[in-house]
Design a protein around this ligand. Structure first.
Ligand code: FE
Length: 176
């Protein structure tokens, strides 16, 4: 079958698609390879975040984290689990001896306190993280010094989008 015929067949299937139930929320399709730099929010020295989904109904969010230099990103405790899938570079946690590289998937259980570091092997990283709940920032004794939840992260990204000229409305399509 030619590419055109395949596309035509796909369009036909699409036309016959069973519709979403009326109360369902809409899908999100985000082609981040076409991003411009303004869509990345600076989180610290050489660390950026590209939010992909804020779930304000269940309190979780998904984002890409990018770091361009070796070093400590942050120490925090997760009351809810987190998953990560490494797209590029190398990174890890001071509390664990493994190194995440391209293709590494991690699950961290609720209760985990860790210190994210960009491993010198590559000296940079790009990872897709799914935070299933808030993050508590802690000091070296594990005492809380701050927190982040879906609402603080969302507010921060809105402020960022306004500041770089994307406008607060840029965030709306990735809220569910
Ligand atoms: Fe973490």
């Amino acid at each position: 079958m030619s590419t055109n015929a395949k596309l035509a067949a796909f369009a036909h299937v699409n036309h016959l698609a069973i519709p979403l139930p009326p109360d369902a929320v809409h899908e999100i399709v985000n082609h981040t390879a076409q991003d411009d730099e303004r869509m990345w929010m600076r989180m610290g020295e050489s660390v950026w975040s590209r939010p992909l989904l804020f779930n304000v109904t269940q309190g979780w969010w998904v984002n890409l984290t990018k770091a361009t230099a070796t070093g400590i990103v942050s120490r925090h405790r997760h009351p809810a689990p987190v998953t990560g899938y490494t797209l590029d570079g190398s990174w890890g946690y001071l509390e664990h001896d493994w190194v995440a590289r391209k293709g590494t998937f991690i699950f961290e259980p609720p209760g985990e306190t860790h210190t994210l570091v960009v491993h010198p092997e590559a000296g940079h990283m790009l990872t897709l993280f799914h935070n299933f709940g808030p993050v508590l920032y802690v000091d070296e004794q594990g005492m809380q010094t701050g927190f982040e939840d879906v609402f603080t992260r969302l507010a921060r990204y809105k402020k960022h989008c306004a500041a770089v000229g994307l406008g607060e409305a840029f965030v709306k399509p990735i809220i569910r």
